[in-house]
Design a protein around this ligand. Sequence first.
Ligand SMILES: Nc1nc2c(c(=O)[nH]1)N[C@@H](CN(C=O)c1ccc(C(=O)N[C@@H](CCC(=O)O)C(=O)O)cc1)CN2
Length: 283
Amino acid sequence: MTAKIINGKEIAAKKRIEIGEEVKQLKAKVVIPGLAVILVGNNHASRTYVNIKQKACEELGMYSLLIEMPEETKEEELLAKIEELNGDPKIHGILVQLPLPKHIDEKKVIETIIPAKDVDGFHPINIGRMMTGQNAFLPCAPYGIMVLLEESGISVSGKNAVVVGRSNIVGKPIGQLLLNQNATVTYCHSKTKDLKLHTTQADILIVDVRIANFIKAEHIKEGAIVIDVGINRNEAGKLCGDVAFDEVSEKAGYITPVPKGVGPMTITMLMYNTLKSAKESLR
Ligand SMILES: Nc1nc2c(c(=O)[nH]1)N[C@@H](CN(C=O)c1ccc(C(=O)N[C@@H](CCC(=O)O)C(=O)O)cc1)CN2
């Protein structure tokens, strides 16, 4: 079997046209969706992602504000900036790019963003609402994965979904979103005793471990749907995922590539969440 490629870039482009149309309609009501992105320090990858976010805002006609703070920024300075943005009516979404420098408490930072502007969906209030199936901002990468599955005509209900990785921003929430749609979910992580025992049972396998080529053909079931969230560089410095794409795509039913898989959908769902926040500000 050769897997169908789930093209995240194409699906993201389709979704962005829909978002762009809604932005135009909102502008007719004199509301321009506004996103503030805070970048602390000099992480090279973070700067790339922030630039992609700004470009996406521009393309969709949204207002974007980039706040750059030096590596040595004090935690209270960052919290004060967030408080200021919480009260700024031009800003509908606030995002602090992660990871943060070690001396800053990530949890405190996330909890300082008001839930109504938490377009990353990381605030405990939004996570609690997601878990209980209420209206919430959903974390962008997991939300993007759910849209990729839906747009590929894949029904989740009743399927065995295995999540490898348990980060707060991808692993834990994607398991919850799959459960919300009636999948049977198993979480695997660094202490899982026999990884292959679990992954070979997966109808849907989600991988976010940040180790290049970690999942091989022997880890998957014939025809499985494989979603690769990892972003790594291989020995040649080329961007690659956590899944050994060439061998796994010979056995899987569907697979996402890296790049052009989950990444573009992460940005698209951020735009969607910012639009949602702007719409909700009219209520
Ligand atoms: N506050 C947040 N911080 C981080 C998040 C997040 O959702 N919110 N997620 C990741 C990084 N991330 C978004 O910030 C992100 C990573 C990758 C991509 C992407 O489009 N990747 C491209 C390749 C880009 C490249 O050339 O490197 C792809 O996969 O095609 C988008 C967003 C950690 N931090």
